[in-house]
Design a protein around this ligand. Structure first.
Ligand code: PEP
Length: 249
């Protein structure tokens, strides 16, 4: 199958120009081939996309954290996929639970944004994940299936699609699912992709785990069969932690 691990850092609404020093540290590690076997990706705030592209070597991906579904128009404060691509992004995170909650993004919204991203040539990293209440109500599989089906556009290619499984209750909490649960849910997601797009497609798509990934627990997740990397929030803000996670791959 040969899926290369993807180690993705989501800076969220963190990062001023002073923090570009963290990217210089990542660039130095890449130059000395001291980053582990995975592909690296950093998703800074939109204000730092252009600078991030300049500070990082070309084999480190730069991602935006969302995009608008339209190409242009009267959408004050929003950014189109093409604008983000022009600013330096090659990828975009879509449907993060913070976007789904704070901005009420539905699966349909995420799908429309993904279509716009694909039209602009961006790789899409589509996030899915259940809440604590949904988990307790044994609704995890229903929620993940619905989000996956509704958020991923039919015209996507396997190279332009990454899925991130991020249980909401694990984000920023220090809590994580058991390795057994992660393995089971990643297998569920891959099977669901196979049902819709076929086995060859599904076996190429990388499925990341996200939620309180740290240098101390990353290796355990990377060892799991259907886990193809990590989407990292808090621990991606310091290059030392981010690189320690990458090296544990
Ligand atoms: C995230 O928000 O994508 C995330 C996984 O955050 P953290 O690693 O801080 O839990």
């Amino acid at each position: 199958m040969g899926r290369r691990l993807l180690i993705a850092g989501n800076w969220k609404m963190n990062g001023l120009r002073a923090e570009l020093a963290e990217l210089d540290a990542i660039a130095a590690a890449v130059a000395s081939q001291d980053t582990g076997p995975g592909e690296l990706l950093v998703a800074p705030p939109a204000t730092l996309l252009a600078a991030a592209r300049e500070h990082l070597p070309s084999d480190v991906s730069v991602a935006a954290q969302t995009c608008h579904h339209n190409t242009r128009g009267p959408h004050t404060g929003d950014l189109s996929a093409h604008m983000l691509q022009e600013a330096g992004a090659d990828s975009v995170i879509l449907g993060h639970s913070e976007r789904r909650t704070d901005h009420r993004e539905s699966d349909e919204d995420v799908c429309a944004r993904a279509q716009a991203a694909l039209a602009a040539g961006l790789r899409t990293i589509v996030c899915v994940g259940e809440s604590e209440a949904e988990r307790r109500a044994n609704e995890t599989l229903t929620i993940l299936g619905r989000q996956l089906d509704g958020s991923v556009p039919g015209e996507v290619t396997a190279e332009k699609l990454v899925i991130a499984y991020e249980p909401i209750w694990a984000i920023g909490t220090g809590l994580t699912p058991t390795p057994h649960d992660i393995a089971e849910l990643h297998a569920f997601l891959r099977n669901r992709l196979a049902l819709r797009f076929g086995h060859a497609f599904a076996s190429c798509v990388r499925i990341l785990y996200g939620g309180s990934v740290k240098p101390s627990n990353a290796a355990e997740f990377f060892a799991l069969d259907d886990v193809d990397g990590a989407l990292i929030g808090g621990a991606s803000l310091k290059a030392t932690d981010f690189l320690a996670i990458a090296r544990s791959a």
